[in-house]
Write a protein that binds this ligand. Structure first.
Ligand code: ADP
Ligand code: ADP
Length: 233
């Protein structure tokens, strides 16, 4: 479970007046769920997501993931804890000077995994997202949907319990969006990974989310459970 307790985050210098991006948010995300966070641009969705793996540290409040209080950890402990939290982005964030394999390999290199084992794990993850045949290509040779598959493969290398998705389909056309949502559903169902999706696209939420939280002006203003799913086209 991901549990945020009274979490707040402001930006800017004190004397210029600070902007409260996230204000006293308390939220629980159940294990195995696909949880959507929706709301208008500037509402604080992306900040809230980055607080869940401490890419942003909260000014106040606690962030607990899988029973561990990330806000109480030192740098080394936090680095270790982050390995069980994958993340993907709207712009994919691939390194252009590395091949597909080279990109997927990055977290394993950082974790110090030996080369042979690493190659095996990279293959497994690429196979999972259906991109094994692109292993030696560079990102510039891929479509947007393929790039996001690479990013998902990279996020899965360390067998995370949680996958954080920041507008994962907002650069993609509707058909490619459906493909990526199918991959995310596959990650959730066959690997049991808890997924949190920040999006402004209501069709995305309607297609795959079970629980939805609504953010406005830094606060959670509503939450609901979707009972009936719109089938993917
Ligand atoms: P959303 O994802 O809902 O569009 P964000 O979390 O990106 O919202 O932003 C919430 C507010 O915080 C916005 O007003 C944004 O301009 C501000 N903000 C976000 N990141 C930063 C930053 N690194 N520095 C200063 N202000 C930021
Ligand atoms: P696909 O072929 O999988 O549908 P495209 O490459 O056509 O994906 O990209 C879909 C949309 O995403 C296009 O509007 C494109 O401009 C945008 N896009 C793709 N890759 C990037 C990128 N790296 N940075 C910014 N926008 C991108």
């Amino acid at each position: 479970m991901i549990s945020l307790h009274e979490v707040s985050k402001s930006y800017g210098q004190q004397r210029n007046g600070r902007l409260a991006a996230v204000q006293a948010v308390t939220l629980k995300i159940e294990d195995g769920s696909i949880h959507g966070i929706i709301g208008p641009s500037g509402a604080g969705k992306s900040t809230l997501l980055r607080l869940m793996n401490m890419l942003e540290s909260p000014d106040t409040g606690r962030v607990v993931v899988e029973g561990k209080d990330l806000t109480a950890m030192g740098e080394a402990q936090l680095r270790e804890a982050r390995r069980s939290i994958g993340m993907i982005f709207q712009q994919f964030n691939l390194l252009q000077n590395r091949t597909v394999s080279g990109n997927v390999s990055i977290p394993l290199e950082l974790a110090g995994m030996p080369k042979k084992e690493r190659a095996e794990r990279v293959r497994e993850c690429l196979q999972f997202v259906g991109l094994l045949d692109k292993a030696d290509e560079y990102p510039s040779a891929l479509s947007g949907g393929q790039k996001q598959r690479v990013a998902i493969a990279r996020a899965l290398t360390n067998s995370p319990k949680v996958l954080l998705c920041d507008e994962p389909t907002s650069s993609l056309d509707p058909k490619t969006t459906n493909d990526i949502l199918a991959v995310l559903r596959h990650v959730n169902e066959s690997l049991g990974v808890t997924i949190v999706i920040v999006t402004h696209e209501m069709n995305v939420v309607a297609q795959i989310c079970k629980q939805v939280s609504v953010m406005e002006d830094g606060r959670l203003t509503d939450s609901f459970t979707l009972t009936k799913r719109t089938p993917a086209v």
